[in-house]
Design a binder for this molecule. Structure first.
Ligand code: IPM
Ligand code: MG
Length: 401
């Protein structure tokens, strides 16, 4: 009996190894990043998602359409609404992303994506894979870039979370060896580590940042985290102006709460799961997960989303219209910057910061004690269009004057 179980487990493991080796071969072939300036019309796909996703994605799309109205009128940019990335439709097709939805997504250049519900043990949904994780894999969106800024404290962090391997890539492919034994896998590759760590170094170099921090648990997870850390130190040699330091995830989690030391971190690069956890903590320090956006970047496609989930509880309690749209609006700003509209992106970000960190004329509380997402979006837009936006932001938010 145990022998049969062992054979079955070995067979499953064999398939996993084969698939991962194929992925490595694919990465070795490499691909070059698209040049957005050469694309016209640029197709911006919008997937609305589940729960509050539907509401806040509409607000973010409204902001993008507002700031891009001239480009849309000139035919340079086209918005494409993509239906069907809902939990109901995914369950109907028994797929994390139904084929026709994936085809539509792939026909776009960049995607704005609302939060989608991820089935979990014990809920009403069958155990299909997370749509986020599937999209990151299908589009090979290897870099999850998550900036967090708290200007008045001098905090300006940019997290580079590895997005296609680690504990996630086989998250739905663990093996229940027997009634008593379950095994999950975490995967690390030379190519996967190199491409995200290089992106972090290149970002530091382009922004005159002289420090990159790699976060692992390589003292315990010696093989995969060990590789991640080794790749970081190998690449650091190519960037002599940048100092690389390594922190373990446990103490790093503590250090983000240390008001004296935390502002010294700048660029942080880390494997998938640690990146998931640490960026929620960082976003909370900035004002809540509702304030943070997330860029999922690959060479061919890029997808921009909120860092939080679809908040089914808010919908159930009838509070969806009070959901904070700032995370999705911020994701929209990241999309703008990624496709080359840096000034428009800066305007939207400055407006978000003036509204949320300084003026606070309207407050979002997630319930009827605050304003609705629509009212808040219009508040942000009033600042986007305000001639005094930049000077107000410099004086009040950044304290530059
Ligand atoms: C995120 C989310 C996802 C993740 C979930 C929804 C699968 O938490 O984007 O951080 O774990 O990556
Ligand atoms: Mg997360």
């Amino acid at each position: 009996m145990p022998k049969k179980l062992i054979e079955q487990a070995k067979e499953k493991f064999g398939i996993i190894v084969e698939e991962q080796l194929q992925r490595v071969e694919q990465m070795k072939k490499g691909s070059t990043a698209v040049e957005y300036s050469k694309i016209s019309p640029m197709i911006v796909g919008v997937c609305f998602g589940d729960g509050i996703g539907e509401v806040i994605s509409k607000h973010a799309r409204h902001v993008l359409e507002h700031v891009l109205k001239d480009e849309v009128a000139a035919g340079k940019i086209r918005f494409k609404d993509i239906a069907g990335l809902t939990i109901e439709n995914r369950v109907k097709h028994q797929k994390a992303i139904p084929d026709d939805v994936l085809k539509q997504i792939k026909s776009c250049h960049v995607i704005l994506k609302g939060p989608t519900t991820t089935p979990q043990a014990g809920d009403q949904w069958p155990n299909i894979e997370s749509a986020n994780v599937a999209m990151r894999r299908h589009l090979d969106l290897f870099a999850n870039v998550r900036p967090v800024k708290i200007p008045r404290e001098g905090i300006d962090w940019c997290f580079f979370r590895e997005n296609t391997e680690g504990a996630y890539v086989l998250g739905s492919k663990g093996i229940n060896v027997s009634d008593d034994l379950s095994i999950d896998f975490t995967v690390g590759t030379e190519q996967g580590a190199e491409r995200i760590i290089r992106m972090a170094f290149e970002y530091a170099k382009a922004n005159q940042i002289t420090r990159v921090t790699v976060v692992t648990k390589s003292n315990v997870i010696k093989t995969t985290d060990g590789r991640f850390s080794q790749v970081a130190f190998r690449l650091a040699k190519e960037y002599p102006m940048i100092k690389l330091d390594e922190w373990y995830i446990d103490i790093m989690t503590a250090k983000l709460l240390d008001p004296i030391r935390r502002k010294d971190f700048k660029v942080i690069v880390l494997p998938n799961l640690y990146g998931d956890i640490l960026t929620d903590e960082a976003a909370q320090l900035q004002g809540g997960v509702g304030t943070a956006g997330s860029a999922n970047i690959g060479n061919r496609w890029a997808m921009f989303e909120a860092i939080h989930g679809s908040a089914p509880r808010m919908v159930k309690e009838g509070r969806a219209q009070y959901a904070d749209p700032c995370s999705m609006i911020r994701a929209g700003a990241m999309l703008l910057r990624h496709i080359g509209y840096k000034e428009l992106a800066a305007k939207v970000e400055m407006a978000l910061e003036v509204c949320g960190q300084f003026e606070k004329k309207m407050v979002i509380t997630g319930r009827d004690t605050g304003v609705t997402g629509e009212e808040y979006t219009n508040y942000v837009l009033s600042w986007v269009d305000h001639p005094g936006l930049k000077s107000r932001w410099e004086t009040e938010v950044y304290g530059l004057k």
